[in-house]
Each structure stands twice: as structure tokens, then as C-alpha cells.
Design a binder for this molecule. Structure first.
Ligand code: GRF
Length: 197
């Protein structure tokens, strides 16, 4: 699910084509008809779908339509990749521990919008990116994987964002592979190896 540029989607798509990838991308959904990421998906010949939440009576109805679509397409797992909306209760309940998100900061620092700007303004020396399971909060679910990126003295929001994005493109496929392998469990918020499976 994406709302914009779609570079993380493209990183997942590239990884999904490798012979050892344990997942395939079945559908690209956007709430923004004009999202560049959607154009990339069409160009690659992937099935796409758009829906404008404003054309539904409320968030629940919008998400119910998505759930119906995802079930019809036999979607097992949903990756948010620059999807600029808070996931509601309906979608969360339909995909328990099956919704992933990537965030451009080392959570729990700097959740929400403009994470790279927040990191710069705070003055941290190390930022990075986080892949996490989605829960009802904003960027607050159990952490699957993180990568650190040093903040350099001359960094601007743009230069820091570029370096973090490079790490996002490596981290998201890696984290998704782990989730797909299924050898994990969540215990007290921690995503731990599950040797029983
Ligand atoms: C990324 O920085 C991601 O961490 C955040 O939104 C941005 C999406 O970029 N959630 P892209 O659309 O994947 O290029």
C-alpha cells in the first residue's frame, strides 16, 4: 500500500524476483490515483488498485472494501510503503501480525511525519530506519528490524533522507523475508526467533 513515490515498493519488487525470495507481490494498492509508485507498478505489469477514502462513508467502510479486495486476491500479508494514512481497526483485525510498515527513524524516536527533520532538529548523531509490525498507534508496533545511519555535521533533511532511504531499500526486503519465513513470535513487544516452528 503506497501513497507516493514508491521506492520501497520497487525495492521489494526487485527482491521478490530473486529465486530465493519467499514472497511475491500480488497487488499494489494506492489511495492516491496520481501516486508515482502506482505508475511504476503499472509499468511493471503488476495488478494495481486505487480507492479514494473520501468516496466512502467512513474509514471502516473504506477498509472493508480493501479487505474484500485483498481476500479476493488471496493476499496473505500487507506491506505499507509510504502509505500516508493511519491503519484502522478493520484492516488491523483482518491482518493480525500481517501488516508491516517502514519508518525513516530509529523508533521509538521520531514517529509520525518528517522523521528525518525531527532527528536533525533534535540533534541526534545516529538515526536510521525501522521495519515494524503495525498496531493501532502511529509507528508504535513491535520492531522487526532496524538499521542505523550516522547523522553527519553538514547534513540537511535531504541528504540525511537519501542515506536513510538507501538503508530502507536493504532493510525492508530483509525484514519481509524474515516475516515470511514465519520462524518468529511476538513476546512482550519483542519479535523473537521461534524455534518451535
Ligand atoms: C519512506 O521514507 C518510508 O520510510 C516512509 O515513507 C517514505 C516512502 O518513500 N514510510 P517511498 O514512497 O517508498 O519512496
Amino acid at each position: 500500500m503506497l501513497s507516493g513515490r514508491g521506492s520501497n515498493f520497487l525495492a521489494l519488487q526487485r527482491d521478490s524476483l530473486r529465486p530465493d525470495a519467499p514472497y511475491r507481490l500480488e497487488l499494489v494498492f494506492s489511495d492516491q490515483e496520481e501516486a508515482p509508485g502506482l505508475a511504476h507498478a503499472r509499468r511493471l505489469g503488476l495488478p494495481t488498485h486505487t480507492a479514494n477514502p473520501r468516496q466512502f462513508p467512513g474509514k471502516a467502510a473504506y477498509e472493508r472494501s480493501l479487505i474484500a479486495l485483498f481476500r479476493e486476491q488471496r493476499i496473505d500479508l500487507v506491506c505499507l510503503a509510504g502509505y500516508m494514512r493511519i491503519v484502522g481497526a478493520e484492516l488491523l483485525a483482518a491482518f493480525p501480525q500481517r501488516l508491516l510498515n517502514i519508518h525513516p527513524a530509529l523508533l521509538p524516536s521520531f514517529p509520525g511525519l518528517h522523521a528525518q527533520r525531527q532527528a536533525l532538529e533534535y540533534g541526534v548523531r545516529i538515526s536510521g530506519c525501522t521495519v515494524h509490525l503495525v498496531d493501532a498507534g502511529t509507528d508504535s508496533g513491535p520492531i522487526v528490524a532496524q538499521a542505523a545511519v550516522p547523522v553527519l555535521d553538514g547534513d540537511t533533511e535531504e541528504t540525511l533522507s537519501i542515506r536513510i532511504l538507501e538503508q530502507e531499500h536493504l532493510l525492508y526486503p530483509q525484514a519481509l523475508r524474515r516475516i515470511c519465513r514465519g520462524d518468529w513470535r511476538v513476546e512482550d513487544r519483542r519479535v523473537l526467533p521461534d524455534r518451535a516452528t
